[in-house]
Design a protein around this ligand. Sequence first.
Ligand code: AN7
Length: 381
Amino acid sequence: MPFRPRYTGLIDKYRDRLPVHDDTRIISLGEGNTPLIRLHNIPSKLSKDVEIYVKYEGLNPTGSFKDRGMTMAVTKAVEEGSKAIICASTGNTSAAAAAYAARAGITAFVLIPDGKIALGKLAQAMMHGAVVIQIKGNFDAGMQLVKEVAKEAPVTIVNSINPYRLQGQKTAAFEIVEELGRAPDFHCLPVGNAGNITAHWIGYCEYSSASGEMVTGACAYCEGHCKFAGGAIVGNRPRMLGYQAAGSAPFMRGEMVDDPETVATAIRIGHPQSWDMAWKVKEESGGWFDECTDDEILAAQKLLAESEGVFCEPASATSLAGALKDIESGKIPQGSSIVCTLTGHGLKDPDTAIKQSSAPLTTVEAELSAVKAAILENMAD
Ligand code: AN7
């Protein structure tokens, strides 16, 4: 039987497009290469005929897209001699930083908003041995503190203001183009700091011939860290659609939000770090921002889990919630192909999932008759 080469992570796969050297020690957990799942049951109930795919980033090693950026950021931190990394986080970045630091044998310091991160993410940071500092403030306050601390202590910031993060994350766009043979018409993402929407745009631009300015010149987003392959591979780029939670939607308000609030704690961010770049992405791609209420976000999360078998965390469902609204309103036209990024796994936040679950838990005696009765009662017609 022929063997396929072992998949060893996205840096090895996209080495020629990433800022690494032949002798760089790669810190990897086999991230990337996530499934692009075509939805069947949800589109069949819509009034318009569209193709919807979800890019299930929850299947990365620590359960979120952050691993794509973290493999690059930690690889470069180690290469540059750093012994410690630091981040502020709504949860997923801290989980990824903790895991990749463990893998590299360095220390991770993570600042998280006290009581406002999902339980799975806290468990990860603790298990991987990060120094977890809970602050009595939100992500934005934590980010400010991290920037100040890093000026005085020998620690490398691994939030998405670290340009290597976006370099790693752009590979998600590469994978999508390679599987579809073209870019989708629309790419929908949840937006917090807006690093990921920017990273995807960098990836699509590198893969596109339509963007003469990006393929030939210095990249406007990455301070020269990316390497342009130079070859035109596909001719189209998607419109980038960024969706925010209504209580935490600075891009909709047109200004920073001081007290962001949403059930989708991953995107409870009022002062996005990639503010200017994200506006540029919207303009260049012909996309838009919109917002979804917490109810719409949770409904989309449940719909996806119940009707497609895909479990993502609340923040991730914002991409689908937004897409469904825009399909119904006609902003996304009939016949479009759409990719929604599901940024994190549903198991990250079991509390929210159980709280909103409608399926009743039935407890019966451990006897055949009782179990049979329970089954008959719940049998679909
Ligand atoms: C599941 O972990 O910012 O717009 O500190 O965890 O690139 O910020 C998380 C962000 C979307 C938003 N979905 O991405 C953190 C953090 C999930 C996330 C986002 C996050 P960006």
